[in-house]
Write a protein that binds this ligand. Structure first.
Ligand code: HAM
Length: 426
């Protein structure tokens, strides 16, 4: 038997009911904040992620699905391509490629789609997973650097989580500074690591040289006491970053959005500057981050684009759905009526009636004229339908239908004109 590849999975009903519920709700919230959808390709040139996300990150150094694409003809040079491990780099690439900064406004874009990372699969961690993300990006004259944008993104996230009904999340925020203060922090880290790095894992030893900030991503238990003792990024912020972070917090306080400042949170991608954040949820086990994001003021320039500060986030949809499923709620859209054609020649009239009722906004399923009445009732019950409507010769002649409420057992004869209203939930 051929099975789905390790780390990938089929999403089946009734789980897909929850996925659709979530996507429908978040699209509504995005719309109310004036975000519009962007769809970028699932694979991109490898260089985009190497330059955007960073060579020394776990994502780029270990987790990407990369291949040499031979091109169409023998003569063409091969190109290194990668399945996207995240969507921010793709969105910024598209922003640059299509000159989306030209109108001088902010671009407020959202996406929903699969991402790919070769991580060790476990609960809440897959090799193909789904993100619901958003990015606000634009020229500084459009206000893209304002702390209001950071606060509005966090406000939108609280509304998003509320609209899907997820309770019990905690917001963690931090500032990781900017291009001005990062060299100072890197220097401090290098100095602090100098005498101890030989006791650390091979990754840490390498990163201590190439990109010391990434030492803080290490998950090796033996390295944690050393990492705990390293200087904190918050002690190296310049005045402008410090002031910016104070303003973001002050707006959050005004809005009544609760948060924890987590000075150890540097996030695992190189493009972050200033505000970074994660929302965690208690029911998710080891993979507790339901979403993460932050500001990336230099990303556009590092990809060869114009100055275009931005901020965004990505929700792990798999984890969001998992957290929702730990709460009790039925996300299935119920079948409101099951139409049972009774006897030869009744399939056509049954489908015609189904069409009328669906156009009236109802969820309708249909049996088959070969079914006996008993089988029709049993099928309707298995489907969880609220009503059964019988379509037979007599019903067609009289223009009234025998309608049975499956749960209460109540029966009624209802005219064609009144049928939709009779079935519609009160
Ligand atoms: P990230 O923290 O790498 O950020 O991923 C965001 C979220 O995606 C995580 O919090 C988690 O819920 C989910 N996620 C990540 N890896 C997996 C996995 N293997 N299986 C299941 N879920 C996973 C980013 O991707 C940034 N692009 C977010 C961002 C947007 N920053 C600014 N704009």
């Amino acid at each position: 038997m051929i099975k789905a590849v390790r780390g990938t999975r089929d999403l089946l009903p009734p789980d897909t009911d929850v996925w659709n519920f979530v996507e429908e709700r978040v699209r509504r919230v995005f719309q109310s904040f004036n975000f519009r959808e962007i769809r970028t390709p699932v694979f991109e040139s490898t260089e985009l992620f190497a330059r955007g996300v960073g060579e020394d990150t776990d994502i780029v150094s270990k987790e990407m699905f990369t291949w040499e694409d031979k091109g169409r003809a023998q003569s063409e040079k091969s190109q290194s391509l990668t399945l996207r491990p995240e969507n921010t780099a793709g969105v910024v690439r598209a922003y640059i490629e299509h000159d989306l900064g030209r109108p001088g406004l902010l671009q407020k874009l959202y996406y929903i789609g699969p991402q790919f990372r070769r991580e060790r699969p476990q609960k809440g961690r897959y090799r193909q997973f789904y993100q619901i993300g958003a990015e606000v990006i634009g020229p500084p004259t459009a206000g893209s650097e304002s702390p209001l944008r950071d606060a509005e993104v966090l406000q939108m996230l609280t509304v998003l989580l509320e609209s899907v009904g997820l309770n019990g999340t905690t917001l963690h925020i931090n500032s990781v500074g900017c291009a001005n203060d990062r060299p100072l922090y890197n220097k401090a880290l290098r100095e602090a690591l100098e005498g101890v790095k030989h006791k650390m894992c091979a990754d840490c030893q390498r990163r201590a040289e190439t990109n010391p900030l990434r030492v803080l991503d290490c998950k090796v238990p033996e390295d944690q006491p050393i990492i705990e003792s390293l200087p904190k990024i918050s002690e190296y912020l310049d005045d402008a970053c410090r002031e910016n972070f104070a303003q973001v917090r002050s707006i959050l306080d005004t809005m009544g959005i609760a948060y924890h400042v987590n000075e150890r949170m540097v996030r695992g991608l190189d493009y972050y500057t200033r505000t970074t954040f994660e929302f965690t949820h208690g029911d998710l086990g080891a993979q507790s981050a339901v979403l993460g994001g932050g500001r990336y003021d230099g990303l556009s320039e590092s990809l060869g684009g114009p100055k275009a500060p931005g901020i965004g986030f990505a929700i792990g949809e798999d984890r969001l759905v998992m957290a929702l499923q730990s709460q009790t709620h039925n996300y299935a859209v119920p079948v409101q009526a099951y139409i049972a054609p009774l006897g030869a020649g009744m399939n056509g009239p049954a489908l015609k009636l189904a069409d009328e009722l669906r156009r009236a906004g109802l969820v309708i399923d249909v049996g088959d004229e070969s079914f006996r009445l008993k089988k029709s009732f049993e099928t309707a019950e298995k489907l969880g339908a609220t009503y059964t409507v019988i379509v037979g010769e007599n019903e067609l002649k009289s223009g009234s239908f025998a309608v049975k409420n499956i749960k209460s057992g109540e029966q009624a004869t209802v005219t064609r004109a009144e049928l939709a209203d009779h079935i519609r939930p009160k």
